[in-house]
Design a protein around this ligand. Structure first.
Ligand code: SAM
Length: 282
């Protein structure tokens, strides 16, 4: 096989969620760099793959990186896996990928499972724009600051969450984003107790409070972005507003269009103020 580092996605639960190319690559490389060699050994055994493993973590010392670079320098190939899903997505690998590239070797992705993308695909929330936030800070103060910064974000937000912090995080999200903001709890995705539930943040909090099983296992939390006011105003409505505002006071223009269209007056007024056209001279 061609020399290089192969970044290989592995299953996030269901062991069948791995590509034939990934299995062939894991069997053919000279060495597999793994976050936890014992954990990855179980996956390899399941597929009768006997490739040697080396432990790699972004915080580990230089030795594994030197060993991997030596294999590549000798024309060999190495695969990088993490415990589950796509390496580097809230998982180790960033330092290794850069080190390998900097030495002039190729780095190739073998795509596959990723909890964030799997959860997003079945969430029922908008997917045209999303923001992957990974894990929120563990400390309550730092977590609150982060959520405060995200409150105005209009893209769908995707978080990884530890089970013991789920209730606390839902409560903080309800505080900063509003309890009626739509959200999705995606738990144990691809596993026996898979749960994908869409509700308001307040509704999800009540759901989790009522059943302690819902805060077990592995969790992705997705939160709808703030509804953008401008997205609610069509281009035709915006044109009409601007035309009327050339002849009438802003307040009157907003009131007339609100009456005609059913869109909230305050929304139209704010839009006009934000998009005021320059007055013609004279
Ligand atoms: N690299 C992985 C990926 O591609 O998804 C993520 C690794 S991160 C250390 C582990 C976190 O991913 C878990 O704490 C959980 O938030 C999420 N996760 C992993 N597997 C999951 C699953 N089957 N269902 C729901 N969330 C999962």
């Amino acid at each position: 096989m061609e020399s290089g580092l192969y970044v290989v996605a592995t299953p996030i639960g269901n062991l069948d969620d791995i590509s034939r190319r990934a299995l062939a690559t894991l069997a053919a490389v000279d060495l597999i760099a793994a976050e936890d060699t014992r954990h990855s050994q179980r996956l390899l055994q399941h597929y009768s793959i006997a490739t040697p493993l080396v432990a790699y973590h972004d915080h580990s010392d230089e030795r594994p990186v030197r060993r991997i670079l030596a294999v590549l320098a000798g024309g060999g190939s190495v695969a990088l896996v993490s415990d589950a899903g796509t390496p580097l997505v809230s998982d180790p690998g960033y330092r290794l990928v850069r080190a390998v590239q900097d030495e002039g070797h190729s780095v190739r992705p073998l795509p596959g499972a990723c909890a964030a993308i799997a959860a997003l695909s079945a969430s029922g929330l908008p997917t045209d724009r999303f923001l992957f936030e990974g894990f929120l800070p563990a400390r309550a103060g730092a977590r609150g600051n982060r959520l405060e910064q995200l409150a105005g974000e209009t893209a769908t937000l995707v978080f990884y969450e530890a089970p013991h912090r789920l209730g606390e995080s839902l409560a903080s999200m309800a505080r900063y984003f509003g309890g009626d903001r739509e959200a999705v709890l995606a738990r144990e995705v691809t596993k026996a107790f898979e749960t994908i539930r869409r509700d308001s943040l307040a509704g999800l909090l009540a759901f989790v409070d009522a059943d302690s099983n819902q805060s077990r296992g592995e969790i992705v939390l997705l939160v709808a972005g703030r509804r953008a006011t401008e997205q609610e105003i069509s281009r035709e409505l915006a044109d009409l507003l601007q035309r009327l505002a050339r002849e009438l006071p802003v307040k009157t223009a907003a009131a007339l269009v609100a009456e005609w269209s059913g869109v909230r007056k305050k929304l139209l007024y704010d839009y006009l103020v934000a998009h005021r056209e320059p007055q013609a001279p004279g």
